[in-house]
Structure formats: C-alpha cells, structure tokens
Ligand binder design. Sequence first.
Ligand code: GUN
Ligand code: ZN
Length: 436
Amino acid sequence: MAGAQIITGHVLCFTASPFEVPAAESARIEEAVLVRDGSVADVGTLDSLRQAAPEAEIHRFDKHLISPGFVDAHVHYPQTAIIASWGKRLLDWLEQYTFPEEMKFQDPDYARQIAVRYFDLTLANGTTTVASFCTSHPASVEAFFAEAQARGLRAVAGKTCMDCGAPKGLCDTAQSAYDDSKALIERWHGADRLSYAITPRFSPTSTPEQLEALGALWAAHPDCLMQTHLSEQKEEILKVVSLFPEARDYLDTYEAHGLLGARGLYGHAIHLEPRERARLAEVGASVIHCPTSNTFIGSGLFDLTARVADGIPVGLATDTGGGSSFSMLRTMAAAYEIAQLTGTALHPAQLWWLATAGSARALHMSDKIGTVAPGMEADLVAIELASTPGIAQRNARAENIWEAVFPTIMMGDDRAVKAVWVGGDKVLKLNAKGNG
Ligand code: GUN
Ligand code: ZN
C-alpha cells in the first residue's frame, strides 16, 4: 500500500443529497485531500494537510475535479464484447446477442479474459465500484471476483439464475441455483472488499420454484444484496403477466417469493404501476436508472424526478452491454437528456451525486464509498475539466464550479480521467500534466 498522499485539485465533497437541499449547496470544494492507509484521512487546505502529514507525497491535479470514483450500480460484465450490437429490442436482443455470448462463459479462461478486459475498461473510465450480473456459470463469478480482488476493488456480483426461457446451456434449476449461489456466498461474500448479490435475472427466466428458492436464500443471508430487472420494456411486462397470471403486477412476482426488500436493486423500473411505486418506497428498495440502455434498446423514459418524489432511492448505471457505454460521464449525459424529455433539467450536482454517492447509497455502501470525507475508502478519480478542445473552450467561460463541470458531463469520456486511486493506491495515470 502507498504511503500517505496529498492530492490537490477541486476536491468535491458532498455534504448532502442535491435532491434534498438546493443542488448548489450540496457540496463543498476543498483544496486537497489527505489519503492514508487506504482511506481518506482529511480534507482541507494544502497547507493544513501538509502540516498534518509532512511526509506525504503530493500529487498536484490543480484545475482537475477530484471526485469519488464512479459507482456503477447495474452492469453485465459478460456482455462487454457485445456492447453496441445493432437493431434489436430487449427480448430479441437477449436471444440474438446476449444468450449466445453468455454461453461462452462456461469456459473459465474466456470468463477470466473478459473480466480482465472489463476492469481495464471501467477503471480507464474512472469507475471504481460496479454491481455486476455474471452468467449462470459459477466460473463467471469466480473470474469476476478474482479479478476485482486482485485489483483491490470494492465490487458486487452474483451468479445470474435462470431455469427457463433461455437456451439449455444457460439454464440451471431451482436447486442448483440455490446451491451454487450459496457456495459462492460462502466463498466470496465479505472477502476483502467483495460482496455477493443474489441474482435472479428477471421473472421471465425463473420459474416460481426458482424465485422461491432464491427468496429463501436471501432470507438466510439477509446482508446480501439482491439484484434483478423490473418493468424495463412493455413487451417484457406482457410476458410477465402471461407467465404469472396470479401476480398483481411485475413487482409482485418478486414480492410473492421473498424477493422484495430494502437491499433489493431493481434495474430499469421504467413502467411502474402505482402499487409498485408505493411498495418500493415503503420497503426502501432501490431502483437503478440505466439511461443509455433505455434509449439504446428502446425501453422508454425513466422519470427520475417522479421516482425521487415517490421516495424511492435511485442509483445510476451503464447497464453494459444493453447500455451503450462504459462511461459514467456518458451515462450522466444520457440521464440529463432523458430528464429533459420528462420535463426536468437535472443540476450537474444531482447528476454527479447519482454517479457516486447516490449509487453508493443504493448499494448500501454510503459509509464506505461514494463521497470524499474522513474515514471513507480512498477510491478517487482526477477528472480533467478541459480534456478536449470542445470541452476546454466551453469550460473557459464557466463562472462557477458546476458550470465548469457540466461540459465534461455532457461531452466527456475516458480522456477526461487522468488518474484513479483504488483503496489509496494509484492505478492509472493517463497523460497527467506535471505530475510525478
Ligand atoms: N433483462 C433481463 N436480462 C437483461 C439484460 O441482460 N439486459 C437488460 N438490459 N435487460 C435485461
Ligand atoms: Zn441489466
């Protein structure tokens, strides 16, 4: 582990949710952050931190935004190689592109190769924590966790469980899904910075028996997260209605089997009924907004402002590879554009908060990641706010920090990510200017 370090720049310190206080008042900008033993020791002026830690190595990222690493609350790392596959809506996209690719993960070597590629890509984009679906093969979970562990990452994943509605080579059973998931929990949940999410893919690919078995597994391991999909596309909802005629609505297919709870993460959740919204809010379950996916596969417009008003915690995610980007900057831009279409201009602070603290809250990790404050784990990124000529010329006109950040939100990509620290260790340095 690196010794004490001081990083200078515009250190972004959220002190409240910008959905709960006036957005511009939700964060302070500090001059520097002191990192020690993998955690944030303090924030403040460079002089004060130097006095506190004269031995610290200094990394100057002046004019850069020093932010918590991005937290991507819903991804499918096995879909890395099929991102940007053309021309299909959800159910056909799954059949044509996703299931054949996921079949390849029965080969542990292929799973390892894609896990390495996936983390290379996400770290280059400044993402330091993801919650990933794997495939139905336990080896795909092993590959993901082993790679995340080797890189010191805080990460969440689970074996995707499916016992119907998918090709035979991808299907497990109610019993094997239970047994394999349980063995993976015992092996990985709580190991270093890793945690397990029980992962039924979605109701169309699980029998009631499998949902029941996974509900029982969650009850036996209540500190695990549970991740799945909910009400992403209209055709999918019709399918759920026909497969589960007794259910009151889509959410009820989970609720009836013990798969609704505060530690539940429900991806997409675009087309919700009033009862579903009320229940999600009541239990404190999180919905995960995946804006590039929602436009790319034609799912619909998630009404973020309405869900926040409902009192439902919302996380933000790429949904790689239904989503069309590995970048949480690009994802913030898409969230902004969708919100515009639903009648709201999201403030840059709200977008950035969703990509960091908001997603960390959805993952129940707010006490560890997602903000820069003493005691938090030192997963940090240095973001250049003038990373391309187009961004630079707009940034030069900015009159305050959020106006300076917004062009990078709308036009930025991995070129803006100049350094990434994982648990206090610097893992990436791309063309940083004047840094040792
Ligand atoms: N619903 C069920 N599986 C998937 C998936 O892999 N991607 C997306 N976007 N939606 C899903
Ligand atoms: Zn998904």
